[in-house]
Design a protein around this ligand. Structure first.
Ligand code: RFL
Ligand code: PHB
Length: 393
């Protein structure tokens, strides 16, 4: 089999890239080791930057997001029970974010790909990229006991943090930067009306909590928990009781509880691989970098990588601009490092590390400082709504 681009990974990054390339007449085949249902069962991101929303429109997959996504022009940061509203739109000259689930985005992109009749293999085992530093890379995989080979021009490594693409790069050709946090997020999804229209990022003496949502009827809440915590020790009742203790009194009083649809613990990590390319293989999204979810940046950074690769490949195939290929990593990393820094900063200010330590006092003071005036809140708002994408000339 032969195609122009093999995309390894059918998460939001791989699917969005495939759809955008298709609109430019560039062929791709998508491979994933799991099934579509498994992918759609993962509950992850909920906050979409405008840059991402524009790409969804460009991909022709934005109809449901436009109809059902909620446009938000503010978020709340509650510190020890006191609200501080961050007026995103007022502080940034009109920028907003869209609250729409990653599950929905993925489903919309899968449907668009199926409607266009584009090829893909789910349940692909032993996927391996080969000969990335030659002009003739190829990918092999097994499916139902048969080994397949796809020859291609380029390989997009959209296979997430635990994928096969990054580990296929020789160790001496890549540098990895990492910080693992001493806590995780316990998330709960429920068909209950969200406690607040705006998202609430809550700092309290008992640790961080986040009130998010998927719609006017579906809530998504998170609690900071120690890394050693076991999911089976968290009954729904225990989760709701702990959430109430971390929220401002009015929010705790109106919180509507109900049975969980999903509950999971995600560890928190900052990670960057440099460079994000190896010959004709490009690392896109979580395959190349991870951020803690506090800044709502992971999926949005995946989208900006997709934007960069898609614009470069469009110029490569349309205008013969192969000189641009060598700039992929450098262009992506500028925005990635900014997202990594912002997510680190938000995580640092809002979580509890070591109670009553000097460092915790400094974190409290930093948060107070940045919430105190509109000019300082603007610094937070500009990054939360997302920095612009770099033009590629
Ligand atoms: P994904 O979604 O992990 O998809 C990778 C795909 O690759 C497949 N794969 C393989 N396929 C073939 N062969 C192999 N060897 C393979 N290994 C893996 C996998 O099956 C999978 O289908 O990566 P992608 O597309 O880069 O997307 C990244 C996002 O999923 C991630 O950054 C976000 O979810 C992060 N994130 C958030 N990001 C935001 O922008 N805003 C948010 O509000 C936000 N909230 C979150 C989050 C992540 C969270 N968790 C659970 C880590 C909240 C949470 C709790
Ligand atoms: C979510 O809705 O899952 C969500 C929202 C904002 C974040 C992280 C996760 O910062």
């Amino acid at each position: 089999m032969k195609t122009q681009v093999v995309i390894i990974g059918s998460g939001p990054a791989g699917l969005l890239l495939g759809q955008l390339l298709h609109r430019q007449g560039i062929d791709s085949v998508i491979l994933d080791r799991v099934t579509p249902d498994y992918i759609l069962g993962r509950i992850r991101a909920g906050v979409i930057e405008n840059g991402f929303a524009r790409l969804m429109r460009e991909a022709g997959a934005a109809a449901r997001m436009t109809a059902e996504g909620e446009v938000h022009d503010a978020v709340e940061i509650a510190v020890h029970g006191v609200y501080h509203k961050i007026d995103l739109a007022a502080l940034t000259g009109g920028a907003t974010v869209t609250v729409y689930g990653q599950t929905e985005i993925t489903q919309d992109l899968m449907q668009a790909r199926a409607a266009a009749g584009l090829p893909g293999f789910y349940g692909a085992e032993n996927v391996r990229p080969h000969d990335m530093t030659t002009d003739h890379p190829y990918v092999t995989f097994e499916k139902d006991g048969v080994t397949h080979r796809i020859d291609c021009d380029y390989i997009a490594g959209c296979d997430g943090f635990h994928g096969v693409c990054r580990p296929s790069i020789p160790k001496h050709k890549i540098r990895e930067y990492e910080r693992v946090y001493p806590f995780g997020w316990l998330g709960l999804l429920a068909d209950t009306p969200p406690v607040n229209y705006e998202l609430i990022y809550a700092k309290s003496d008992r640790g961080f909590a986040l009130c998010s949502k998927r719609s006017a009827r579906r809530s998504r809440y998170y609690l900071q928990v120690p890394l050693a915590e076991k999911l089976e020790d968290w009954s729904d009742d225990r989760f709701w009781e702990e959430l109430k203790r971390r929220l401002p009194a009015d929010a705790a009083a109106r919180l509507v509880t109900g049975p969980s649809l999903e509950k999971s613990i995600a560890p928190l990590r900052s990670f960057v691989a440099e460079p994000l390319q190896y010959g004709r293989m490009f690392l896109v999204g979580d395959a190349g970098h991870i951020v803690p979810p506090t800044g709502a940046k992971g999926l949005n950074l995946a989208a900006s990588d997709v934007n960069t690769l898609y614009r470069i490949l469009t110029k490569v195939y349309g205008q013969g601009r192969t000189d641009l290929l060598a700039r992929y990593s450098e262009i992506c990393l500028r925005r990635v490092w900014n997202g990594v820094r912002f997510s680190w900063w938000m995580t640092d200010m809002l979580h509890h590390f070591e109670r009553d330590s000097m460092e915790d006092k400094i974190r409290d003071s930093e948060l107070d400082f940045f919430l105190a005036t509109p000019d300082r809140r603007r610094i937070l708002a500009e990054q939360y709504v997302g920095l612009p994408y770099e033009e590629i000339e």
